[in-house]
Design a protein around this ligand. Structure first.
Ligand code: SF4
Length: 277
């Protein structure tokens, strides 16, 4: 019998099943061996920090630029750079007091209107670098900010990013991550905080706490972590999960010397007990 005929003679139903993708495999594994883990962690953290209520804090372009300024910098330095940007390129628009909310690590931004975005886009690069220097990594961030403004103007004819709110979450995220220097974390912050989209920004606090508890695998990359959370949490749990995991990382589950003895989720944490349920 020819090889082709032998293959076609293979009994139906004996074909190898395709392996599930790693995200599905991980969430099935958790559901089987550590049931209700994500729910219990959210409830434990809510007991300590409350359940944050979503509220928009900035217009989407301002949120994007502020988030770029926080990349690899302390929030307090990003605030200084964001204030400097609005003072250097004033738009004359209406100033509003903005509360950056739970999970934010700075002290607050000035009550100023968004800057004149055209002036920021067309500012000489060296000048813009000088303006945002207090935020750190200014030579990398200034071109990123100008690239975002250019993309919006060229594609949309304006600097507003409100149109993203009409797109499905993953499509909106893809639009943002197509811009040089904008990754899933930055894009997810903008879409979650401005539109309440069901996306989970994974910063260093979220990543550290989640890996210690065992919500995500210890070797998951930052990009994988973003996808894993979409499978682990319900859409309406993303905001609470993001804010409270950050709060937990800042207040109790520090990078060094985590305060296990007062941790509200210690009974489910694999960092202190490798056999925790
Ligand atoms: S038990 Fe310790 S390591 Fe685990 S989440 Fe709590 S503080 Fe972090």
């Amino acid at each position: 019998m020819s090889p082709a005929r032998r293959a076609s003679a293979r009994p139906v139903g004996r074909r190898k099943r395709a392996k599930p993708d790693p995200v599905t495999a991980w969430s099935r594994r958790l559901a089987r061996y550590r049931p209700n883990l994500a729910r219990d962690v959210l409830d434990g953290l809510a007991g300590a920090y409350g359940r944050p209520i979503w509220q928009r804090r900035l217009d989407p372009m301002s949120e994007l630029v502020l988030t770029i300024l926080t990349q690899n910098s302390a929030d307090v330095n990003a605030e200084k750079a964001f204030d400097a940007l609005r003072l250097a390129y004033p738009s004359g628009g209406e100033a509003s007091d903005t509360e950056l909310g739970a999970g934010w690590g700075g002290t607050g931004i000035a009550a100023l209107a968004p800057p004149d975005w055209a002036a920021v886009e067309f500012a000489p690069l060296d000048e813009l670098i000088d303006v945002i220097r207090p935020g750190g990594l200014a030579p990398q961030k200034a071109p990123r900010i100008q690239a975002c403004l250019r993309r919006a103007r060229e594609e949309r004819g304006e600097y507003s990013l409100e149109f993203l709110g009409d797109l499905p979450a993953l499509e909106a995220r893809a639009w943002l991550t197509a811009i040089d220097g904008i990754g899933r974390k930055t894009a997810s912050i903008v879409l979650l905080f401005c539109f309440g989209m069901p996306l989970m920004p994974v910063d260093r606090h979220v990543e550290r706490v989640s890996k210690r508890i065992g919500l995500i695998p210890p070797k998951a990359s930052a990009d994988d972590a973003h996808e894993l959370f979409l499978a682990l949490l319900e859409p309406d749990e993303m905001y609470e999960g993001h804010v409270n995991l950050i709060q937990h990382g800042r207040r109790i589950c520090h990078a060094r010397n985590p305060a296990h003895e007062i941790c509200p989720v210690a009974d489910r944490c694999r960092f202190i007990d490798p056999k925790a349920p």
